[in-house]
Design a binder for this molecule. Structure first.
Ligand code: FES
Length: 171
């Protein structure tokens, strides 16, 4: 009988966690968390902090490859490039001036603008080919970018916004 009690006592003591054990486990866990956090910060510090920014200036061409009365939807730079006449080029932003949605070129146009329009799918704004607002809620025209010709290519600079009277480059 006495031996049986000893065995029971032994089993009971095996399940008891002392205060010291408890705090040791908490300490070990906390140290592990801190070490993992430090490792993450160190790895983040060592990895290159490169911001892949799309260049503001880009080229399209050669010019003879851009068909007269055509539109190029350059999704990478969010720009529509128009060639209206044999040598008349201009570039308009495809970012809606309402809340920044990406607009779409609609070649079918709308009543009064059969030549095509730029339409925003978000809230219904419509712009003409030169970026003028035909239908709100867009508060202003689309940005028009500086275009120049260099070595038989169009160079479009999305950092240079120009007025409507300066948007067209003729070749
Ligand atoms: S974002 Fe284009 S109409 Fe609202």
């Amino acid at each position: 009988m006495e031996d049986k009690d000893k065995i029971n006592n032994h089993n009971d003591s095996a399940k008891v966690i002392t205060r010291r054990d408890f705090f040791n486990k908490i300490g070990t866990t906390a140290t592990g968390v801190v070490l993992l956090g430090s490792l993450g910060v160190t790895l983040d510090f060592l990895s290159p902090n490169v911001l892949l920014e799309i260049p503001k200036e880009f080229k399209i061409g050669p010019l003879e490859n851009i068909q007269p009365d055509s539109v190029i939807d350059n999704a990478e730079h969010h720009v529509f490039i128009f060639r209206e006449h044999p040598g008349s080029f201009y570039a308009v932003s495809s970012i809606c001036t309402h809340l920044g949605c990406n607009t779409k070129w609609n070649p079918a146009g709308i009543e009064g603008h059969p030549e095509g329009v730029i339409a925003c799918p978000c809230h219904g704004s419509i712009f003409d080919k030169k970026g003028n607002v035909l239908h709100g809620p867009a508060p202003r025209s689309l940005d028009r970018f500086l275009v120049r010709v260099e070595n038989d290519k169009l160079v479009i600079n999305t950092d240079e916004i120009v007025s409507e009277d300066k948007m067209i480059v003729k070749v």
